[in-house]
Write a protein that binds this ligand. Sequence first.
Ligand SMILES: Cc1cc2nc3c(=O)[nH]c(=O)nc-3n(C[C@H](O)[C@H](O)[C@H](O)COP(=O)(O)O)c2cc1C
Length: 203
Amino acid sequence: MSAPKILIPFYSRTGTIQRLAEAVAEGARAVGAEVRLRRARELIGVDIMSSVPGWQESADAMNALYEAPTADDAVWADAIIFGTPTRFGAVSSELKAYIDGLGGLWAKGALNGKVGSAFAGSATPHGGNEVTSLSLYPVMAHLGLIIVPPGFADGVMFAGAGTPYGASVVSGNPPAGPTDAELAVGRFQGKRVAEIAKKLITS
Ligand SMILES: Cc1cc2nc3c(=O)[nH]c(=O)nc-3n(C[C@H](O)[C@H](O)[C@H](O)COP(=O)(O)O)c2cc1C
């Protein structure tokens, strides 16, 4: 039986979403999935990146670890799990730029029937991580993806971390985390998406 192929395109500026993305990948790999982790690249200028100590260094370190996501990655995948920090209650422009580059695939219907899922982070508990995951739901619907949320489909969802719409991290300021409970939700989301994708490709 073939392994489900999971693409995790994420944006992270200071590493919080990166660590949650690694947990999502771990959960997917644990049930036999093949995973590609990809980091969307910067859109803002060097002036802004250098205005906060550590931003550029953090971005450089992640870019050394992860390739940028491509349209071919989306074609390869059976499931796409998007990860983003909140930007004023919505998806980061860096991740959205990757998504907007998928228009050619959308026009051909090439993503129809793949699985889609999303996770997010915010600095504060009510700073918009739920609505940020939800901001990707219309996008996934337009792309033709079958949306698979974590729901309350596992005991980890009752531990006070994560949301039924997507794993989440409340990073604080300066950003830190995720907590063990937040990572557990990330692992569950990766596992659940991989299991559903596996059922779809073998049905
Ligand atoms: C331009 C900008 C806008 C942000 N907007 C919000 C926001 O609306 N609510 C919030 O709680 N955090 C907000 N944040 C904080 C980040 O979402 C948060 O620190 C995130 O977890 C960092 O993830 P990272 O370490 O992976 O970059 C914002 C940060 C930036 C730079």
